[in-house]
Design a protein around this ligand. Structure first.
Ligand code: M7G
Length: 354
């Protein structure tokens, strides 16, 4: 069904979450009596970027030289920065300080107002993901992983909620958005090296400052970072190298390889191994790049040096979990209480006399 037709038929039920900092809003509603989640994010300002090209383009695109190409920002375009003020009103003025409100000229391609996402029909799991909920820190030990988390992940993995991933990997859905695909159809030894890189649902695709891509690998044996073994280290290093060379080149070095934040989520929302690729300038959406959710790919690669052959299966991973996450009701609630007790929190430390 047509996107605008679906949006027009959206009937509001309640606000799930709002965030003034990330300028996002999530609403729950219905379309044809089936639940729908609509999220909107105000887009960033538009400005032009001018790249000063080096005389030797071939060297530039291969590496170090590319790093040195300066980029000049300017705002001459009719949709750029604050050049396109259609309406302005002063609020107040005091000494050297003046402030007011403006309406900028908008354009669906050159300067859209917001990015709109729709999930329809939305499952209860989708709704929980967008709902505000109290958060807790949990230390997931290898024992806790095997007892509670692994069975949960297996259940989710087998329930076929990854259609969108398979559609991208094997059915050419979103084909026109893919920026890099490296996949050998045959089940050769090299097949597992395959990866596909494309914009995720969280990027308007317009402003490189808020660039947000996802790299999905052709490996069915990896669901999360937990499945990474020492033997995967070389593979990960290659993946990191591929991402860091392909992405800057694709965006004409408007972003350089050391300006990319590469990380994985734990817990992720989708249990199929993928890497988040975000412009370092991006402040992050929700808890996307916060400690307690995001693990830098560099740290994963380094940890695999020390964790032994079983890799991340040996690690205790601390992260935040919401009360509306299924793991909370599957035993995490009791576990958090137990852990606080074992850690000696909230017993105050003995008083120190000076
Ligand atoms: P995650 O860490 O499992 O969960 O990342 P998160 O959504 O809480 O971050 C999944 C990544 O895949 C996110 O960057 C999503 O935006 C992205 N993603 C999810 N879906 C359903 C799609 C999709 O259909 N297409 C694309 N291109 N990206 C998606």
């Amino acid at each position: 069904k047509d996107f605008s037709d679906l949006i027009n038929r959206f009937e509001f039920l309640k606000v799930l979450d709002t965030n003034p900092q990330t300028k996002t809003l999530s609403l729950l509603g219905t379309i044809d009596n089936k639940k729908a989640i609509m999220t909107a994010e105000k887009t960033h300002f538009i400005f032009d970027e001018t790249h000063l090209h080096s005389q030797d383009q071939s060297k530039a695109s291969t590496g170090n030289l590319a790093k040195k190409i300066p980029i000049f920002y300017h705002c001459d375009d009719e949709f750029s920065c604050v050049n396109n003020i259609e309406c302005i009103r002063e609020v107040a003025s005091n000494d050297v300080y003046h402030w007011g409100l403006i309406v900028l000229k908008q354009h669906i391609t050159n300067n859209p107002t917001a990015r709109l996402n729709l999930i329809w029909p939305a499952s209860p799991v989708h709704i929980k993901k967008y709902e505000q909920t109290p958060l807790h820190m949990i230390k997931e030990t290898p024992e806790l992983y095997n007892r509670i988390v692994k069975p949960y992940i297996d259940e989710i993995f087998n329930s076929g909620k990854l259609d969108w991933v398979n559609d991208i990997l094997y059915n050419d859905i979103e084909k026109e958005r893919v920026i890099y695909k490296d996949f050998v159809e045959k089940q050769s030894a090299k097949a597992s090296d395959g990866v596909i890189i494309l914009p995720n649902t969280k990027w308007d695709g317009v402003n490189v400052d808020s660039l947000y891509l996802v790299a999905i690998v052709y490996r069915n044996d990896l669901r999360t970072v937990r499945d990474l073994k020492q033997s995967d280290r070389e593979w990960l290093i290659n993946l990191d190298r591929k991402i860091r060379s392909v992405v800057p080149a694709n965006y004409n070095y408007a972003v350089h390889s050391d300006e990319l934040r590469l990380f994985v989520h734990y817990q992720p929302s989708y249990y199929y191994f993928h890497v988040h690729i975000v412009n370092i300038k991006h402040p992050g959406l929700e808890d996307n790049i916060t400690a307690g959710r995001a693990i830098l790919l560099d740290d994963v690669i380094d940890s695999l040096k020390f964790l032994g052959p079983e890799g991340y299966l040996k690690k205790t991973i601390s992260y935040s979990i919401g009360e509306n996450h299924e793991l909370w009701s599957k035993g995490f609630k009791q576990e958090v209480d137990k852990q606080l007790d074992m850690d000696g929190v909230p017993c105050p430390p003995p008083a120190v006399n000076f």
